[in-house]
Design a protein around this ligand. Structure first.
Ligand code: PLP
Length: 471
């Protein structure tokens, strides 16, 4: 399988090459030339597989230049009971009749990003060894990406990690999780700005061709194709857990920011998985909600991004959205390039003439949840089911219940565990004991390692050079 760019100006590439890339050289996102189609017989066969076997079947369709035995090894090493708490890896748990949680958050950092990132850590190490190369990972995080990346890449051979986070904008637990790591290859950088500023710095450094080549810059942000690929697997897993045969349909509701998680669901649906609807749930930063309801995409500036109690969704420019728009526009890369150049120049775009296609052909629907909705939903679910859910998952449950049709079965993606967001949980339900995995007990008391820098790409570049030269 070959990979192409959404902007059409990059020569087709293999999986191993795409795996180590951030943005394509033409500024677009890489994606497969076409998505493979899975027939009913194959779905029947896959239904019986373990998580690792299923992951192998799906990933081997896309990672065609990695020998089968090597890919199987990488997957087996990644999806273990030790890392994810159960052999199921991604359990499905009933909340209500017709509404269950797809438990994506039982990995090392208690958030869904571990599912993809743990795979990426092992896949990177493998590919770098094959190519005899080194890689400098730069990333931007509003919380969960950064810790998931650091836990996936700590101690890995030939990889150095520089992770930018918005200074003071993450929860105490998230800060402790990232900043307490003292591995020699992990560097935490707190930028005086918002998440989008961090993301802009990453983009600026990536676009500096000389700097990028000199330090072999790579990224693990949600635009990375390997992450999307690893996420496709759990849509299949969730579907099989929720159904007994392929005539049944399931909808997924996904708390969204960068459109990474739900993009994988969209691809699973394109592959033929019987998904009825893909429900995009946003918080007050509702750029995606607006698009799916009006057809107008209006990214906002970081100064217009709210700080909310579901902070990992405080995003006003959905970096993976371009992959969907590419398909929506029938792979017209010229038009995609034009639209996203407009976005880069601070404008939005209007695809309201495509709104019916977005819903009917692609199954998308969206809703929005606010701080008060989040608190109400956490309390309601706790009172009714005795289960605590985290604020992001609460956004998902709120929107799912709001849009649910009669007889529609919805799997809500549980994107983090409540232990990460103690303060918000306490606001919702008072002082109840939060279940905490053992490896996170006492985390906040550990020493923290972080460098605060101004909101300036040059300052970050200087810091990276200084560390790499010192190595
Ligand atoms: C990253 C994250 C999201 C948003 O996922 P996207 O792929 O960026 O849409 C939602 N919830 C949590 C807890 C996250 O960490």
């Amino acid at each position: 399988m070959k990979y192409i760019s959404t902007r059409g100006q990059t020569a087709p590439m293999s999986f191993s090459d795409v795996l180590l890339m951030g943005l394509a050289p033409d500024g677009g996102l890489m994606l497969p030339e076409s998505y493979p189609h899975i027939d009913g017989d194959t779905l029947n066969r896959w239904r019986k597989l373990s998580y690792t076997e299923l992951a192998f079947e799906i990933m081997s369709l896309f990672a065609t230049d990695i020998p089968a035995d090597d890919l199987r090894e990488i997957i087996k090493k990644t999806y273990t009971k030790q890392a994810f708490g159960s052999d199921e890896i991604i359990p499905v748990t009933k909340l209500y009749d017709n509404l269950s949680l797809l438990e994506l958050s039982n990995g090392p950092t208690l958030a869904f990003k571990d599912v993809a990132m743990q795979f990426l850590g092992n896949a990177f190490e493998y590919v770098l060894k094959q190519k005899n190369e080194r890689l400098t990972i730069i990333g931007a995080t509003s919380g969960d990406t950064g810790s998931a990346a650091e836990y996936a890449l700590r101690g890995k051979q030939n990889i150095e990690v520089f992770m930018m986070s918005p200074n003071g904008k993450m929860s105490a637990f998230q800060r402790a999780q990232m900043y307490s790591l003292d591995d020699a290859n992990i560097h935490n950088i707190a930028v005086e700005g918002m998440f989008d500023d961090c993301q802009d710095i990453v983009k600026a450094l990536q676009e500096d061709a000389a700097f990028k080549a000199k330090y072999s810059l790579g990224t693990v942000n949600s635009i990375n194709w390997g992450r999307i690929l690893a996420q496709i697997v759990y849509y299949f897993k969730g579907y099989f857990a929720a159904t007994t045969d392929n005539s049944q349909q399931v909808s997924f509701c996904v708390p969204s920011g960068n459109f990474g998680n739900v993009c994988a669901g969209h691809i699973a649906r394109e592959m033929g998985l019987p998904i009825a609807r893909l429900i995009v749930a946003t918080n007050e930063n509702d750029v995606l909600n607006e698009f799916f309801n009006t057809g107008k995409y209006t990214p906002r500036k970081s100064s217009e991004t709210y700080v909310t109690s579901s902070p990992s969704m405080d995003i006003s420019k959905a970096s993976n959205f371009e992959r969907f728009v590419f398909l929506l526009l029938n792979k017209d890369s010229e038009q995609v390039a034009k639209l996203f150049n407009d976005v880069k120049n601070g404008q939005g775009f209007d695809l309201s003439d495509k709104l019916a296609t977005v819903a009917d052909r692609f199954g998308f629907v969206a809703g929005k949840s606010t701080h008060q909705d989040r608190l109400n939903t956490i309390k309601k679910v706790y009172d009714e089911t005795q289960r605590l859910i985290d604020p992001h998952t609460a956004d998902g449950v709120k929107v799912a219940q709001e849009v649910q049709n009669a007889g529609e079965y919805i799997l809500v993606a549980e994107t983090a565990l409540p232990a990460k967001f103690e303060e918000t949980i306490a606001l919702a339900v008072g002082d109840v004991p939060l279940p905490r995995p053992e490896h996170t007990v006492g985390l906040e008391n550990k020493p923290q390692y972080v460098t605060v820098v101004p909101n300036d790409a040059k300052a970050v570049a200087a810091l990276i050079e200084q560390h790499i030269i010192a190595r």
